[in-house]
Design a protein around this ligand. Structure first.
Ligand SMILES: Cc1cc2nc3c(=O)[nH]c(=O)nc-3n(C[C@H](O)[C@H](O)[C@H](O)COP(=O)(O)O)c2cc1C
Length: 402
């Protein structure tokens, strides 16, 4: 399984902001995930971070001047423009944004951007008043018009002591934007509905019946679908996870609430991913007051919850162009037999089975080892991967690339 930035040439264009030091870490993260990184610095940027730092981090010379030609043959702004798959302008100062918006080519970074057909991602970072000024906003609007992806800066306390929008986003947001920019957007125009996490069935005001699902697999499926360009609706039971960027989150608690939210959105969905661990049963009654410890034993009567996947499988048969259904099955034995049976019985197109008895796979942990079965009898045994890599591999199969 290739790393997410494998074989990608990424050029970091650093301009003269106090936030330049943050990009040093980003360079490391990009390299760790397979990218070949080079850096171009504006003259002002070199006042904040030494070019030596980026040279040491990237293992490549740092480019600064259009005219400091190393070998007589090369024209740096053209060579770097051609060889880059993506140019990340970060931090992007008000000045650099203005330069790019107006098509100036008076420094190396601006000339490269003009000469390149690569994806351009811009991360503004500046004082909030500079950012909110009509001139900067107009320049950003122009960059978007050119097809550049401009990330929203974060709000918060700035180095100058003022508070407002203008801080560089966190790496998780930027990473997500870069993956999205590099993806062929195979799911553009599609609506993907994802369920994730556990459900909680209340017993009394303080207790519930739950399960150990962390929601990580479903959240990863949602994040990767979004990176491939889908509109993603994530219906989630209670988790500790932050929703992936750009995903519409609907919080639910019980299996019945999840059932309602999923069934209500069935018609809008092109693809439904059921990664939630939904409780099969709920207490027949919820006590309005806290249950007291009277006696040695206590009986608990449970009622069967409606089966969401089964319902969707049946609804699918009523539709002329049904959505694609992808289920997950956490099994402890007879993985293939149970998986194949569930695929058929619930009318699924794909099922991802994972062995919950393995310590490195399934509930709670960050990794998974999944067997993916499809309707046509196909079987893919994925190796031990992070849940994000597993999601990427599943989507590749669903999109038809894997
Ligand atoms: C201490 C200090 C911090 C600065 N931080 C920023 C900043 O975060 N964003 C910004 O747009 N300009 C900032 N500036 C101003 C830019 O460095 C200045 O506009 C410069 O001309 C930008 O040139 P460049 O875009 O070619 O790098 C800062 C200046 C100083 C002295």
């Amino acid at each position: 399984m290739a790393a997410v930035f494998e074989n990608k040439n990424i050029l970091c264009g650093i301009s003269g902001s106090i936030a330049a030091y943050k990009v040093c870490d980003w360079v490391r993260s990009l390299q760790k995930e397979g990218a070949e990184v080079k850096a171009v610095m504006t003259r002002a940027a070199t006042k904040f971070v030494s070019p030596l730092t980026f040279a040491a981090l990237t293992g490549n010379p740092v480019y600064g001047s259009m005219f400091a030609v190393r070998d007589e043959e090369s024209i740096p702004h053209i060579t770097l423009a051609r060889e880059s798959d993506l140019i990340l302008v970060a931090p992007a100062t008000a000045q650099t944004i203005a330069r790019l918006a107006h098509g100036f080519a008076d420094d190396l970074l601006a000339a490269i951007v003009l000469a390149s057909e690569a994806k351009i991602v811009v991360c503004p970072a500046m004082n909030c008043k500079m950012y909110l000024h009509a001139a900067t906003q107009e320049n950003i609007r122009k960059l978007k018009e050119y097809g550049y992806l401009v990330l929203e800066p974060e709000c918060g306390m700035m180095a100058c002591g003022e508070e407002g929008p203008g801080r560089l986003p966190e790496w998780v947001q930027v990473r997500d934007a870069l993956i999205k920019a590099l993806s062929a957007q195979e799911l553009a125009g599609k609506t993907v509905l994802v369920t994730a996490g556990p459900t909680e069935e209340p017993l009394d005001p303080v207790r519930f019946l739950g399960n150990r699902s962390s929601g990580k697999m479903g959240y990863a499926m949602a994040a990767v679908a979004r990176q491939h360009g889908a509109r993603v609706i994530l219906i989630s039971g209670p988790t500790r996870l932050a929703p992936p960027p750009g995903v519409e989150l609907i919080d639910v608690r019980t299996a019945e609430q999840m059932y309602q939210e999923v069934v209500d959105r069935f018609d809008a969905a092109d693809i439904i991913v059921k990664a939630a661990a939904v409780s099969d049963f709920r207490p027949t009654r919820m006590s309005a007051t806290k249950i007291k410890k009277n006696g040695e034993n206590m009986g608990l009567e449970l009622a069967r919850n409606r089966d969401i996947l089964q319902t969707l499988g049946a609804m699918k048969q009523q539709k002329p162009t049904p959505p694609l259904l992808i289920g997950f099955a956490a099994e402890s034995d007879n993985l293939l037999a149970y998986g194949r049976e569930k695929l058929e019985k619930k009318n699924l197109d794909f099922i991802a089975i994972n062995d919950i008895t393995a310590a490195d796979s399934g509930f709670g942990v960050d990794t998974n080892r999944v067997i993916l079965l499809d309707r046509k009898g196909g079987q893919t045994n994925l190796p031990l991967l992070s849940k994000e890599e597993t999601a990427r591999a599943i989507w590749s199969r669903v999109i038809g690339k894997g």
